[in-house]
Design a protein. Structure first.
Length: 56
């Protein structure tokens, strides 16, 4: 009985985590930048490229 309760809690935690990640990806789409969904802006990348012109 105790093992089943532990497995159930782990399963519910995993489902909750997946639901949270799905909700997060639907609520805040990427605003540009690298496309990984991290929220980095295009301005950050262009400033980096200006300072380090050897990158492209």
């Amino acid at each position: 009985m105790t093992q089943q309760l532990i497995v159930l809690l782990i399963f519910l935690a995993a489902v909750g985590y997946l639901g949270w990640r799905g909700w997060k990806s639907l609520r805040q789409p990427a605003q540009g930048g690298c496309g990984k969904g991290c929220g980095c802006g295009e301005g950050e990348h262009s400033a980096f490229k200006e300072k380090n012109s050897w990158f492209g």
